[in-house]
Design a protein around this ligand. Structure first.
Ligand code: SF4
Length: 402
C-alpha cells in the first residue's frame, strides 16, 4: 500500500488523528470469501506470490489473468492452455464467483441500477450512467455508512460492513459483462454507498486491479474517489493518482455541520487545506459536489459564500439539486431557484456545472442509494422537475460531467 509521500512536517494530512471505526461498531465483519481467496481481490503480484510459494512458474499468473480479465472466463475447465492438473488446482485454490445481481432496474433516461447480494441479507447498489458518449459506473465501497450525511439515504443506515476488494472489483465485472459488444465502462466514480476513505485498503487495491493492464486497463484519469472529508486519509487519493471529489454541501461551517456531521471533526479550513495540497501534488483540479437543499443551502448568499470559500482552490463545482428519498426532512429546490444559484456562481466567475439528474425515477440518483431496498418503492414520480431532461452546459461552455 502507498505511504503518505508528503513531508510530514509540511503535510496537513498528518496533523489529525486517523479516522477509524471501532470493530464493535460493525454489526458484521463476516467475510463472504472465508474459505478460498476470491480471485477478484488479487493483483497479479499477489497471484505470482501464491504460485511462487507453490513452486509454480511465474508466467502462470499472466496466463490466468488473461483468461479471467481479457477473455472473461472464470471456469478453469475452459482455460485450454493450462494442464488438466493445474486447472483442477485452480478450482481448489480460488473462488472465482462475483457478487450476484439481485435486481437490475432501468431508468427512462437510460441509467441502470444494479443491486448486488453480498450475503447474509445485505445488499449494495451500483449505478451505470450514460452521458455524452461516456458510460460512468458509480461503485459502492461499504454496506451502509457511518458518516450520517443528512441528505443521503445511505447515511440513514449504520455501517454494516466494509466491502472487500473482490466485492468492489466484482461490481465492475458484473456490469461489464452485461454491456453490449460496442459498449465499455469509460469512467469509475466511488460515489455509491459508503465513504471510500473509511475503507481505503480495499478501495485503492480494487483501483490498482481495475487499472492494471493485466486487469481491466481503466485509466486512472477516469477514476474519481469522492470523500465526505476524512482529511487524514486524503493523501491516498493523490498517491494513487486518481481524481478527487469532495462532498462540500455547505458554504460555511455552521451549515455544513448541520448537513454533514463529519464537519465537526474536520472543519472546512482543514478540508480545504487538504484539497489545496492535493492540487499541488497532482496539478489536477478538485471537484466539489454541492447539493442544493431548499432553504438550507440554495440561497444566493450561499452561492456567494461558496464562491469565496473555494476561489483559491483549483476546482470545479458540481451543483446537484437534492434528490428526494423516503423519510427525508429536506426538499428539492424549484428549478427556478437552482437556475438562479447556478447563474450567480457563473457570474462570479466560478467553474460551475449543474449536474443533470440521472436515474431519479429508480432511486439511482445522487444521495438515493440504500441497501434497504425492500423498505421503499422502486420507482418514483419525477414530474416535479424538468432538470432531468435538460442538456446542461457548464459556465465555460463545456458539457456536463460527473
Ligand atoms: S454521502 Fe457518502 S459519506 Fe455521506 S452518508 Fe452518504 S454514503 Fe456516507
Amino acid at each position: 500500500m502507498h505511504r503518505n509521500p508528503w513531508d510530514p512536517a509540511k503535510s496537513c494530512f498528518n496533523e489529525y488523528e486517523v479516522h477509524s471505526l471501532k470493530p464493535s461498531q460493525l454489526s458484521s465483519e463476516v467475510s463472504t470469501y472465508q474459505v478460498r481467496p476470491n480471485f477478484f481481490s488479487l493483483t497479479i503480484e499477489d497471484l505470482k506470490a501464491i504460485f511462487e510459494g507453490q513452486g509454480k512458474e511465474q508466467f502462470r499468473s499472466q496466463q490466468v489473468f488473461k483468461w479471467v480479465y481479457e477473455k472473461r472466463t472464470t471456469d478453469p475447465e475452459k482455460m485450454s492452455n493450462l494442464s488438466k492438473s493445474f486447472r483442477a488446482e485452480l478450482r481448489n485454490l480460488f473462488d472465482f464467483s462475483l457478487p450476484p445481481v439481485a435486481t437490475h432496474l432501468k431508468s427512462i433516461d437510460g441509467t441502470q441500477k444494479f443491486l448486488f447480494d453480498m450475503g447474509q441479507g445485505m445488499t449494495v447498489e451500483a449505478v451505470l450512467i450514460p452521458s455524452d458518449g461516456r458510460l460512468t459506473l458509480c461503485i459502492s465501497s461499504e454496506i451502509g455508512c457511518n458518516m450520517a450525511c443528512r441528505f443521503c439515504f445511505t447515511g440513514k443506515q449504520k455501517l454494516k460492513r466494509r466491502l472487500q476488494t473482490g466485492e468492489i472489483v466484482g461490481q465492475f465485472m458484473q456490469v461489464h459483462d452485461r454491456l453490449g459488444p460496442d459498449e465499455r465502462i469509460s469512467n469509475i466514480v466511488f460515489m455509491g454507498m459508503g465513504e471510500p476513505l473509511d475503507n481505503p485498503e480495499a478501495v485503492f487495491k480494487s483501483i490498482e486491479i481495475l487499472h492494471s493492464t493485466w486487469g481491466m486497463n481503466v485509466s486512472k484519469k477516469r477514476v474519481t474517489v469522492s470523500t465526505s472529508g476524512i482529511v487524514p486519509e486524503m493523501w491516498r487519493i493523490a498517491a494513487s493518482k486518481v481524481r478527487l471529489a469532495v462532498s462540500l454541501n455547505g458554504p460555511d461551517d455552521a451549515i455544513r455541520t448541520q448537513v454533514m456531521p463529519i464537519n465537526k471533526r474536520w472543519p472546512l479550513a482543514q478540508l480545504l487545506s487538504a484539497c489545496k495540497e492535493y492540487t499541488r501534488a497532482t496539478r489536477d483540479k478538485v471537484t466539489f459536489e454541492y447539493v442544493l437543499l431548499k432553504g438550507v443551502t440554495d440561497q444566493i448568499e450561499h452561492a456567494r459564500k461558496l464562491y469565496k470559500l473555494t476561489r483559491d482552490v483549483p476546482c470545479k463545482i458540481n451543483i446537484i439539486p437534492f434528490n428526494e428519498h423516503p423519510g427525508t426532512g429536506f426538499e428539492r429546490p424549484d428549478d427556478s431557484q437552482v437556475a438562479l444559484f447556478h447563474k450567480e456562481l457563473m457570474n462570479l466567475g466560478a467553474h460551475v456545472l449543474l449536474r443533470r439528474t440521472m436515474g431519479r425515477d429508480i432511486f439511482a440518483a445522487c444521495g438515493q442509494l440504500t441497501s434497504a431496498y425492500e423498505e421503499h418503492p422502486k420507482m418514483m414520480d419525477i414530474s416535479n422537475s424538468t432538470l432531468g431532461g435538460l442538456r446542461v452546459t457548464d459556465s465555460r461552455g463545456g458539457q456536463l460531467s460527473l
